[in-house]
Write a protein that binds this ligand. Sequence first.
Ligand code: INI
Length: 166
Amino acid sequence: MTVFEGRFTDTQTLRFAMVIGRFNDLVTEKLLSGCRDCLLRHGVDPDPEGTQVDYAWVPGCFEIPLVARKLAASGRYDAVICLGAVIRGQTPHFDYVSAEVTKGISAVSVQTGVPTIMGVLTVDTMQQALERAGIKSNLGWSYAMNAIEMANLMRDMTTALGDSAS
Ligand code: INI
């Protein structure tokens, strides 16, 4: 039997795309910084001038799936990392945006076969968002780890099972 498990090593040839929402950028900038720090410490060059990571900024979370899909479908990336923050307000807007972005990101992953990481915080308050974006821990770090793990897992599985399984 085979056990498939994504490695956190062998990152030098991996390529990532990130999609980042400008809405609540106080939070998303911090998630991005945690994400880049983790990639760097795992041997990925996060410099936008380099060859390993490309960045796309979008107005808000609602726009993330469309752009993530374009990046994933290009075939250039081993994983796409989506970063955003939806913070509950006094209107039902939160429910619409958070439902669409979560469903949309999941669809991108399944439809393209490219791991697409759901790095979108859905929280009640700015305080909760900041606690997850650096004040306590920085989930941007975990999203980068998830991307490395999934990128290597999918590479290994494609080698073992072929492309037709995607
Ligand atoms: N976009 C977010 O990323 N986070 C939010 O909390 C948010 N709220 O609450 O309104 C939000 N709205 C904007 C939305 O993502 C779109 O950019 C906008 O509706 C234009 O399509």
